[in-house]
Design a protein around this ligand. Structure first.
Ligand code: PEP
Ligand code: MG
Length: 550
């Protein structure tokens, strides 16, 4: 078979290797199967050893891992070894004749439901419980644990899409390249691949139909995957060594400072930001404390949650974004039901039109949390469309004693009127994920339109240029906190367009730091011109790479 599969190359390089798909989640075991009383004791006895095997395997992997991956593996191992789950499942086999897999399924579902009802941070643990559940069931069935497959030889990992929880534990030594059926340039897969220096192609339609073990050529530079390539097709030499740890300050080779900050959304991503040595937080997505709840968290709960992040960044900047509910982040108590077009509806700052008290409570809680720590707390609003909205938000935040107030620029109208928006507040931060979505009129969640929301789109970069120029004129900071900031080559382009700080998922920081350290500020400006004047994203990337001789 020589059908080429086109996609979007999100991390350059060419490799050849066998493709293996992510192992799918286990399916729900049959609830109707009931064991005879004589079979139950033996069936129940299988559960504890299976759970112990899972815990052992996860602990062994945790020992070999570090940082965020180690935290994830340790937490999951602890859950697998918790006797409460195995005991509840054992009782369901003995008392009700459930099969062992079914009993584990039901016991885990009970725990997951309780966690979800508790809301907030605990609700997120429901996903981990289900992960442990699936692993124990796979151990009982003698099949591969769901998630990233294990193979003795390095392989190309193929998946429908990769979620943060899937990839936190990915072993970069075992995987040659990443290819996904869905996802786009801002997807988690793209960020991870660049951070690990692995070639990657996303939005590769049909890739998950390949048989496991099929040899493939993955070309992240030319955005294509070739199954069964001719035997003499060479891959690149193995990638150069991964960038070393981040040394503390982002800057170009001639010393132009570019603060490299982290995007965080929950305690786990915050500790990853600390581990990597981020210069601060450029986007604190506060939604995590509101998700999976039927009513807003109390003032005290908010203060505690915000302070837990602030206290980890003493003397450093933490940019808190007020609640961005709606569209891709719906909240039951705030998001209007039945809007014909939620992405264009009452979302982000607009929710304060009908529920102003929620924004005021949040600003009050941010201010109170800031008082108790040494973090330099900045605050900004999402989905601001006009300079009047920016000025009104700034006034409101200052009334709560928040001194440094900014807005996100993620709606084209705010970019086009950048001078007025910048004048209305202390700083701006460009949300390239939404700015791309609204500029190209393409839903950021649709893999099918991913080439339109590519952050290298010249139209998007021209808007970034307008905002960068407005910031320079006013002498005010202009950050980028969309995923564009995590693309090492694009980072240099953004700096050339006038961006003064970049905020991204923590694991992307070392590669971006290394890329900026290799170019001068003049190079950045040259790359910016090339990218803005390109005809399309592929052309922009190609010409930028050629200019650097890479
Ligand atoms: C963005 O839109 O680029 C952004 C950073 O915000 P979010 O992804 O949370 O919408
Ligand atoms: Mg946004």
């Amino acid at each position: 078979m020589t059908n080429r599969i086109s996609g979007i190359g999100v991390s350059p390089g060419r490799v050849v290797g066998p493709a293996f798909r992510m192992v799918e989640a286990v399916s729900e075991p049959d609830a109707a199967a009931i064991l005879a009383p004589s079979e139950r004791e033996a069936e129940a006895a299988r559960i504890a050893p299976a759970a112990a095997r899972v815990a052992e395997e996860l602990t062994a992997r945790a020992r070999r891992a570090s940082g965020e991956a180690k935290d994830v593996l340790d937490a999951t191992a602890l859950m697998a070894s918790d006797p409460a789950l195995a005991d509840a499942a054992r009782a369901a086999v003995l008392d009700h004749g459930k099969t062992a897999p079914r009993a584990v399924w039901e016991a885990a579902e009970d725990v997951a439901r309780t966690l979800t009802a508790a809301g907030g941070y605990l609700a997120e643990r429901a996903r981990d419980v289900r992960d442990v559940r699936d692993r124990i069931i796979a151990a009982l069935d003698g099949t591969q644990a769901p998630g990233i497959p294990t193979h003795p030889e390095p392989f190309v990992l193929v998946a429908r899409d990769l979620a943060p929880a899937d990839t936190a534990t990915l072993d970069a030594e075992a995987v040659l390249a990443l290819v996904t059926e869905e996802g786009g340039p801002t997807s988690h897969t793209a960020i991870l691949a660049r951070a690990l220096g692995l070639p990657a192609v996303v939005a590769a339609r049909g890739i998950t139909d390949l048989r496991d073990g099929t040899p493939v050529l993955v070309d992240g530079t030319d955005s294509v995957v070739v199954p069964d390539p001719a035997p003499d097709v060479p891959g690149d030499a193995p990638p150069a060594a991964l960038p070393g740890p981040f040394a503390g300050h982002g800057q170009t080779s001639d010393g132009f400072p570019v603060a490299l900050l982290a995007n965080v959304g929950d305690p786990r991503s915050t500790s990853a930001a600390v581990d990597v040595g981020a210069e601060g937080i450029g986007l604190f997505r506060t939604e995590f404390c509101f998700l999976d709840r039927t009513e807003p968290p109390s003032f005290d709960e908010q203060v505690t949650a915000y302070r837990s992040v602030f206290s980890q960044f003493p003397e450093r900047k933490v940019v808190v974004r007020t609640l961005d509910a709606g569209a891709d982040k719906p909240l039951p108590f705030l998001t209007a039901q039945g809007e014909p077009n939620p992405a264009l509806g009452v979302r982000g700052l607009r929710t304060a039109r009908h529920t102003p008290s929620l924004l005021d409570d949040q600003l009050r809680a941010i201010s109170a949390a800031a008082l108790g720590t040494d973090a330099e707390v900045w605050v900004m609003a999402p989905m601001v469309a006009t300079a009047i909205e920016a000025a009104a938000f700034a006034e409101r935040a200052r009334a709560h004693d928040l001194r440094t107030v900014g807005v996100m620029v993620e709606v084209p109208s705010a970019a086009v009127t950048a001078d007025a928006v910048v004048a209305a507040c202390d700083f701006v931060s460009i949300g390239t994920n939404d700015l791309a979505q609204y500029t190209l009129a393409a839903d950021r969640q649709l893999g099918e339109l991913a080439e339109l929301t590519d952050p290298w789109q010249p139209a998007l970069l021209q808007l970034v240029e307008l905002i960068g120029a407005a910031g320079r004129r006013a002498g005010k900071p202009v950050g980028v906190c969309g995923e564009a900031a995590s693309d090492p080559l694009l980072a240099a382009v953004l700096v050339g367009l006038g961006v003064t700080s970049l905020s991204m998922s923590a694991r992307a920081i070392p590669a971006v730091a290394a890329s900026l350290a290799a170019v001068s500020y003049d190079d950045c400006q040259h790359l910016a011109r090339i990218a803005v004047e390109a005809t399309d994203p592929a052309d922009a990337r190609r010409r930028a790479r050629a200019a650097l001789g890479t």
